[in-house]
Structures are given as structure tokens and as C-alpha cells.
Design a protein around this ligand. Structure first.
Ligand code: UD1
Length: 347
């Protein structure tokens, strides 16, 4: 895509973990990007870092999308954008159990305000950031997109499942609007530049940041939540995917929506590698790539964890022409590189 034909894309939550990597991939594919973020769980510094990587500045707007009027004005000002990628949402599972109303309010109001503004302004292309959490405890593996969704264990997970349903109902009511929901498996890793990566606030919920923070001396030890699952080594199996691979999938998804010949009203794609690794596999690979022993201990199972979760990637390959390229060692070494860079800078 050359400059004259560059399309503009709005990225909500573009300062967050997956959003920021997607902004970079969009810019490197020739899109002009408008980031809207309320910085509630991220920093505007991410924008400066993406400029260092791409040499291009996205437009940045600091805005809470729960504010209906402000949200509408923002979309009106940027109504020439050809598509919207909606990441902005709260995402901490544990916090969502403590504060379910805050999660429902934030994740639904922002989604509904974006869809309403887009509807009014006839902006018709939307990518939704969903999660494999919508499969609950799946019946068959690998999980295909046609697997029945189930009520997720956490309010966070339920916001993803219900948001997909809201989107589907809205799409059924109009013929112009088109959307793609992308169901992420377990995103880990960081940008090769070492400039952007995951930065969980407080104690991490997820495995990878917990491992790197433990190795960096920020946490004392990793607790492994159960080793009595019916898996090869007793620890749960997940489909870890590099965040840059994930970001690239958003670029092809938006290109698909913009291609009138390929455009469908609504499609759903799993984003994973299709390969499952256990918690012990992840620890072992971390120890190999870092050359460092990890301090860990086995404890009780965590409520809501399922033994196996890995994607069928056939549909994304067939329709999007997308496959994840990076392997587990590359994912883990980039997470570790990012953690070390971050700690060194903040000594
Ligand atoms: C979790 C969420 C999921 C969310 C996703 C976002 C739950 C039940 N699921 O997925 O809804 O979409 O994060 O990335 O919270 N583990 C440990 N010790 C730790 C942390 C994790 O042993 O300190 C294990 C877990 O038991 C699990 C694996 O590591 O088997 C991966 O955990 P995690 O990174 O939290 O991802 P999910 O639970 O798969």
C-alpha cells in the first residue's frame, strides 16, 4: 500500500499489550493509525516507543470510551477511518471476580458506544478482540470455531462471550456492517526491538509474566497451580502464541474486511499455533533460553483452569492465509529480553 492510498484504522486500547504490537504491524503494512486509549492500564510512552520502531507517529487520543458523547465526537472526527480494531477492555481475571460490575460496565459500555457511533456514522468494518475463554471446557480438541461456546468461569471471560453475542445481534440487524472476532489463545512474547512488551499492573495473573518477574527477582517463586491433571506431566496444556504473530493476524483480518470480494458479515477465527505445551514445558524452555534455574513450587489447582486448551488453526489458514510463525523458544526468549530491558531501565 503506498502513501496515496493509505487507509486509516482506529485502534482502541492501542497502548495496551496486544494493541501496541498491532499498531506497529499496521503501520509497517502501510496503514495510518489513530490510537484511542484511556491509559487506565497502559502508558502513553508506548506511543513514543512505537515511533522509535516504525518512524511513524500514530494520532493519539486519550479518551474513556465509556463516555458516550466523547466517544461519538471522537468517531465523528475520524469518520474517514476505514476500519476499527477494538482492544479497549479490562482483562484481569482475578480482578473481574472481585469487581464484576466494573468489568461489565467498562467492557460493555465501551463496546456499545463504539458500535452505536459507528452505526450512526456509517463506519462499517470492525475487528473484535475476543478470547479462547469463550469455549469454557471444550468438548473436542483441537478446538474449532464451530465448538459451542460456554459460560466462562470469570466475569472477564463472560464479557468476551456476551460481547460476541452483542456483536452478532447488531450485525443481524443491519446489512452494511461487517465484523471479525479473533479468539486469542495464550498470547506471550514481546517485540524483537525489546522496546514494547507486556507490563501487567501489580501481581501478574498469567504464567509468562510471572515466570519472567520471578527470574528477575521481582517475585520470590512461581506457584504451579496443580500437577495432577490428566496430561503428560500433570500440568495443564495451553496454546501459547507470540504477540507479534497475533498482531499480524489483525492486519490480515482488517485487509479482509476492506476487500469487498472477501468481505462477509461476520466471521470468527481462532488465533493460536495449534500446538499445546504444558506449564512444565514452558518452565523448561525458559530455563534453556535464559540459562537460569527458576524457583517454583507445586500448589493447589486454580479454580476455573481446564486441563487442555489448544486451537484448530485450519480456518485462519484457509480464509486469512495466516499462520503463526514463531516457536515457543522465540516467544519465551523475547519475553525474557523485554523483562530484562525493562528492569535495567527502571533500576
Ligand atoms: C487466562 C484466563 C483466560 C484469559 C487469559 C488471558 C483463567 C482461568 N483464564 O488463561 O480467561 O483469557 O488468561 O491471557 O484465569 N499458571 C501457574 N501459575 C501461575 C500462573 C499460571 O501454574 O502463577 C498456569 C495455569 O494454571 C495455566 C497456565 O499456567 O495452566 C496458563 O495460565 P495463564 O497464563 O493464566 O492463562 P490461562 O489460564 O490459560
Amino acid at each position: 500500500m503506498n502513501k496515496a492510498t493509505a487507509s486509516k484504522v482506529i485502534v482502541t486500547g492501542g497502548c495496551g499489550y496486544i494493541g501496541s504490537h498491532t499498531v506497529i504491524e499496521l503501520q509497517q503494512s502501510g496503514f495510518d493509525v489513530i490510537v484511542v486509549d484511556d491509559l487506565s492500564n497502559s502508558s502513553a510512552e508506548t506511543i513514543d516507543r512505537s515511533v522509535q520502531i516504525t518512524g511513524k507517529s500514530p494520532v493519539f487520543v486519550n479518551l474513556d470510551l465509556k463516555d458516550e458523547k466523547a466517544c461519538y465526537s471522537f468517531f465523528k472526527e475520524h469518520q474517514e477511518a476505514s476500519g476499527v480494531i477494538h482492544f479497549a477492555a479490562h482483562k484481569a481475571v482475578g480482578e473481574s471476580v472481585q469487581k464484576p460490575l466494573m468489568y461489565y460496565q467498562n467492557n460493555f459500555f465501551s463496546l456499545i458506544n463504539c458500535l452505536s457511533a459507528m452505526h450512526e456514522l456509517e463506519m462499517n468494518n470492525f475487528i473484535f478482540s475476543s478470547s479462547a475463554t469463550v469455549y469454557g471446557t471444550p468438548e473436542t480438541l483441537p478446538i474449532t470455531e464451530s465448538e459451542q461456546t460456554q459460560r466462562p468461569f470469570s466475569p472477564y471471560g463472560n464479557t468476551k462471550k456476551v460481547a460476541e453475542e452483542i456483536l452478532e445481534d447488531f450485525i443481524d440487524s443491519t446489512d452494511k456492517f461487517a465484523a471479525i472476532s479473533l479468539r486469542y489463545f495464550n498470547p506471550i512474547g514481546a517485540h524483537d526491538s525489546g522496546l514494547i512488551g507486556e507490563l501487567p499492573s501489580g501481581i501478574p495473573n498469567n504464567l509468562m509474566p510471572y515466570i519472567t518477574q520471578t527470574a528477575a527477582g521481582v517475585r520470590e517463586k512461581l506457584m504451579i497451580f496443580g500437577n495432577d491433571y490428566p496430561t503428560k506431566d500433570g500440568t495443564p496444556i495451553r496454546d501459547y502464541i507470540h504477540v507479534v504473530d497475533l498482531a499480524k493476524a489483525h492486519v490480515v483480518a482488517i485487509q479482509r474486511l476492506l476487500d469487498k470480494k472477501k468481505k462477509k458479515n461476520y466471521e470468527i477465527f481462532n488465533l493460536g499455533t495449534g500446538i499445546g505445551y504444558s506449564v512444565m514445558d514452558v518452565i523448561q524452555t525458559f530455563e534453556e533460553v535464559s540459562g537460569q534455574k527458576l524457583n517454583y513450587e507445586i500448589t493447589d489447582r486454580r479454580p476455573g483452569d481446564v486441563p487442555f486448551l489448544f486451537a484448530s488453526t485450519d480456518l485462519a489458514k484457509e480464509k486469512l492465509g495466516w499462520v503463526a510463525e514463531k516457536n515457543l523458544s522465540e516467544m519465551i526468549s523475547s519475553s525474557w529480553e523485554w523483562e530484562r530491558n525493562f528492569r535495567n531501565k527502571n533500576k
